[in-house]
Ligand binder design. Structure first.
Ligand code: OGA
Ligand code: MN
Length: 328
């Protein structure tokens, strides 16, 4: 069932989790140490940095085709190093995106609040999932998506937060709708030593109810709220491959466990402001056919506005689960 780029409406039954895609076999994910950079000069992919601190465009690879293990090892090594990888001019459909995403690990299914809830996809779009018609701006689904405009890291409201997200641009508006990314790794490296000592070992409580209430407390139904109770996440994370540390904050982070709520919020706000200074930010201007993979362990990201009445935007996101909770 490997077709061309999905445009407009996506049929729900096409998005149900399945065992096998396009004849790709089931994956074995392996230990993080598998993802060490290859040595020597025999790289199959090309790597072109996008920003002085992080991000790289990867060339010479068609991610919609079955990839051999050595190419995947190179991509994974680049991911650990650069935190964000851009693949341009890719012919992807949903099945191919799932197959490529699974090379990073097992996929999350999406929370009920997303139009594609219960499938492997999070759909970011102003188009109705069933009819393809433009959704009116006052509709709950458009308001819900406004929460993406706060700096956040995907699925930090889950006990096991996401390793990475893969966002594929199927339809892009002629202007607006860029996505910004900020590196919490470079941020950590630049924090004053006293702040590093102050935050080491702290745990933040993350929840979707908290982040969605920043937009509109009524945007989640009682059922959606009950699906996702608050979870603890460590405030400082360490990359298991290269040992580099990052802070771990974002809109889902509500407060610091064991601290007065307001004091915790002030610290989280201070860290987020520090992390999102211009020098730490890469802004991606989408072209149809782009796929961006980003490391949710160490990047923040946010959507930027576009004219949802005049233009169509359809982005399909798959999300790869992390390998365990961040707090024992
Ligand atoms: C996401 C997200 C931002 C955008 O898909 O997780 O935050 O610009 N997207 O669509
Ligand atoms: Mn997101």
């Amino acid at each position: 069932m490997c077709g061309r780029l999905t445009s407009g409406a996506v049929r729900r039954h096409d998005l149900k989790p399945k065992g096998e895609y396009c004849g790709f076999p089931a994956r074995s994910y392996g230990h993080p140490e598998r993802w060490l950079p290859p040595t020597g000069d025999s790289m199959a992919i090309s790597v072109k940095p996008l920003h002085p601190l992080f991000g790289a465009e990867i060339g010479q690879v068609e991610i919609g085709l079955p990839l051999d293990d050595s190419t995947v090892v190179e991509i994974r090594a680049a991911f650990e190093e650069y935190s964000l990888l851009l693949f341009r001019d890719q012919e992807l459909d949903d099945d191919k995106q799932i197959a490529f995403s699974e090379r990073f690990g097992p996929l999350e299914t999406t929370v009920k609040a997303n139009p594609a809830g219960g499938t492997y996809f999070a759909r970011q779009s102003n188009l109705d999932i069933d009819t393809g018609a433009v959704i009116p701006p006052e509709d709950r689904r458009i308001i819900y998506q406004k929460a993406n405009m706060f700096w956040h890291t995907d699925s930090s409201f889950k006990r096991v937060p996401a390793l990475c997200s893969l966002l594929s641009a199927r339809l892009v508006p002629p202007e607006g709708g860029d996505t910004e990314f900020a590196t919490m790794r470079a941020t950590y490296a630049e924090l004053p030593e006293a702040t590093k000592r102050r935050i080491e070992g702290l745990v933040a409580e993350h929840s979707l109810v908290h982040s969605r209430s920043l937009v509109d407390p009524r945007v989640l139904t009682e059922e959606q709220k009950a699906e996702l109770p608050p979870v603890p996440q460590t405030l400082v994370r360490t990359n298991p491959v290269n040992g580099r540390k990052s802070i771990y904050v974002g809109a889902h982070a509500s407060h610091i466990v064991g601290w007065p709520v307001e004091q915790g919020r002030a610290l989280l706000r201070e860290l987020t402001e520090f992390a999102t200074q211009q020098k730490f930010v890469y802004r991606h201007v989408w072209r149809a056919g782009d796929l961006v993979v980003w490391d949710n362990r160490c990047l923040l990201h946010r959507a930027t506005p576009f004219d949802t009445v005049r233009y169509k935007r359809l982005m399909q996101r798959t999300t790869v689960a992390g390998d365990g909770p961040t707090v024992p």
